[in-house]
Design a protein around this ligand. Structure first.
Ligand SMILES: [Zn+2]
Length: 622
């Protein structure tokens, strides 16, 4: 097997400059990023692969496949006397019960077993505070770097994280320098005394320092995301290659789903093109980049491709056995009690994809509660993301995982009120099909009319401001929390992908947030509170004014004979059913639809176009 077996076919060799080939230096960079605790293999949804899926060869990645892929590539290159650098662009922490259970310990063990030349600090490396990152540093046998991370003397990581390392590879010095996203204080928990300097400012100051050490090959190993990598490349001279992470970006010159070519070339201020690479996330790919430097340390050519770690890559036997061993207590953990509930929490498809359901309220309340301090006021969760109910009594972690099995993360972003309405309209657009997009919410109240055409079903929407609900303002911008699946446009929520501003898609996992929330509200009392209400079909038959009936048609999808309004009787009560109109109720009760206002007056004048199904009306006597 040759090292760049996919690259040979897939990658375009890009000549960046011409020059003497006499002293060319070739460097092969093997890289991963954002593994996010996918120690076990994953399925096509990036969540833990089941035995059944494994049997059908439908699993990807997992740390044992990463081990095989890096071992094979490194051996082939080393045998060919080629130079190799193995890098991790950060975010090993957080994402599965392996992290919840073993924290940095399992990460360090497997990474030491693979052997890395350097790792960038990712924002999630701070998820358990700088203390856990410090423990990780105690265990690893390779440098963990981050130049713009400034840690005060009284923090556990003070003076422990260098900005860059210089490696001697094949007789040449190669520097690896690292930067981290400056909003890590908002997306993780670096704690007091840890700050993040602007990446560009830091790099502009440190690159000349590195060059002054006689190093002319500088690799930026970043954890700032694909967009910011391009900005950095365009702003800073002296960086030869950027190996990135954080945005979970698949770059490929052959895959249509890729966000850009592998490598993506961006001109620096001096006009030199800088290759940028990233290799998706979750252990699914190994990035393989070959860079050729000229004698002056300028990149002449860069080529490669991400290697998909599918079933063709056999998991390393020793690693696989260790993963299994570490996984056994996790099976125990799934049995562990996290809370108790006073009643069944209903997560069934029949309810959660059609109306407010208690599981929808729990999950939406939990995700909103987790991020409300970040200025987030609205939660929207797809009903189809809720995969099970939880029965009354003790709640185990396994039950929570059964409800939320996808290892989705919280996604926060800003959205205009008018786009919030568009999102709700999308959520209601396939209600008749029981589609998973139905919007369960928190911080928000809405009513809808399913008889209307898709796209115009929202009747009213209110947001919670302080302790009261006020009408949603289409022009105002709101902080929204959802999950990363919906934020990427899943279930038709393309408005989240296209209109969401200042998005952060990689918050804590949904199932962990919900487990924490249940534990904090023990015993949990499942409830609905009418935040989502279906209104009786507003119909053209509803009189615009007393005594004027414009049409005799009944509500769409309903006929007067089917409508419950036909049973309304003067002097009695009537419970509003789907299709009811005040006109029809008055007609049934009094034999005269024009008397509808009498019923309206007796019931606090409900809006004729927004009758809540299930509401009881008293029908005055004749
Ligand atoms: Zn990240």
């Amino acid at each position: 097997m040759t090292i760049f077996r996919s690259g040979l076919l897939a990658a375009s060799l890009i000549a960046l400059s011409s020059g003497s080939a006499l002293a060319d230096y070739e460097l092969n960079i093997l890289h991963i990023n954002d593994l996010h605790s996918r120690i076990e293999a994953i399925n096509k949804y990036d969540s833990t692969c089941t035995a059944e899926e494994d049997g059908k060869n439908e699993c990807f990645g997992g740390i044992a496949r990463v081990k095989t892929a890096i071992d094979n590539a490194r051996k082939a290159l080393t045998d060919a006397k080629a130079n190799v650098l193995v890098l991790d662009a950060g975010d090993q922490f957080q994402g599965s019960l392996f992290y919840t259970t073993y924290k940095s310990q399992a990460v360090a063990e497997f990474m030491n077993g693979i052997g890395f030349d350097a790792m960038a600090v990712g924002n999630h490396e701070f998820d358990d505070g700088p203390e856990e990152l410090a423990k990780f540093l105690d265990q690893v046998k390779f440098p963990v770097i981050s130049g713009n991370t400034v840690a005060g003397a009284d923090t556990p990581i003070a003076n422990r994280i260098k900005g860059y390392v210089v490696k001697e590879i094949g007789g040449e010095k190669v520097a690896v320098v690292s930067v981290l996203a400056t909003d890590t204080g908002e997306t993780s928990s670096p704690g007091k005394g840890v700050f993040f300097e602007d990446e560009i400012t830091y790099l502009k100051s440190v690159i000349p320092t590195i060059e002054a050490e006689g190093v002319n090959k500088i690799i930026l190993l970043s954890h700032v995301g694909y967009k910011r990598d391009q900005e950095i490349a365009a702003a800073v001279d002296g960086i030869d290659v950027i190996v990135g992470g954080h945005s979970h970006t698949l770059l490929s010159s052959t895959d249509d789903k890729a966000a850009g070519p592998y490598p993506t070339l961006v001109k620096n201020p001096a006009g030199v093109e800088v290759p940028i690479v990233q290799a998706y996330a979750y252990s699914k790919y190994l990035g393989e980049l070959k860079v050729v430097f000229d004698d002056a340390g300028r990149v002449k050519a860069a080529s490669g491709a991400p290697l998909l770690l599918d079933a063709a890559v056999k998991p390393h036997t020793g690693f696989a056995a260790r993963v299994k061993e570490l996984g056994a207590p996790i099976e125990e953990l799934k049995k562990k009690e996290v809370a108790e509930t006073t009643d069944t929490i209903d997560g069934s498809r029949e309810t959660c994809r059609a109306q407010e359901c208690t599981m929808g309220n729990l999950v939406a309340d939990a995700i909103l509660d987790r991020v409300k301090a970040q200025g987030i006021s609205i939660a929207i969760q797809n009903g189809g993301g809720l995969r099970a109910s939880i029965d009354k009594g003790v709640v185990t972690m396994g039950e929570v995982l059964t409800v939320l099995p996808f290892q989705n993360s919280l996604a926060t972003f800003q959205l205009k009120g008018s786009d919030v309405i568009l999102a709700l309209e999308n959520g209601l657009s396939e209600i008749e099909d029981g589609a998973g997009r139905f919007p369960q919410v928190s911080g928000l109240k809405y009513t809808f009319d399913r008889s209307k055409p898709a796209g115009s079903r929202v009747v009213s929407a209110e947001v919670k401001e302080g302790e009261t609900f006020v009408p949603l303002d289409p022009a105002k911008t709101y902080g929204v929390v959802s999950n990363n699946y919906m934020r990427a446009g899943g279930d038709g929520y393309s408005v989240f992908a296209t209109a969401g501003q200042n998005a952060y898609d990689f918050g804590p996992n949904l199932e962990l947030v919900v487990a924490d929330y249940l534990a904090a509200h023990r015993p949990y009392k499942p409830y609905t509170d009418g935040r989502i209400a279906e209104v009786a079909a507003a119909t053209a038959a509803q009189p615009a004014s007393e005594g004027e009936k414009t049409t005799t048609d009944a509500a769409a999808g309903s006929t007067p004979a089917e409508s419950a309004s036909s049973t309304a009787a003067a002097g009695g009560k009537h419970v509003i059913a789907r299709g009811d109109t005040l006109w029809d109720i008055a007609k049934a009760a009094y034999g005269d639809g024009t008397l509808w206002r009498r019923i309206a007056d007796a019931n606090g004048n409900p809006r004729p176009r927004a009758l809540h199904i299930g509401t009881e009306l008293s029908i005055p006597g004749k």
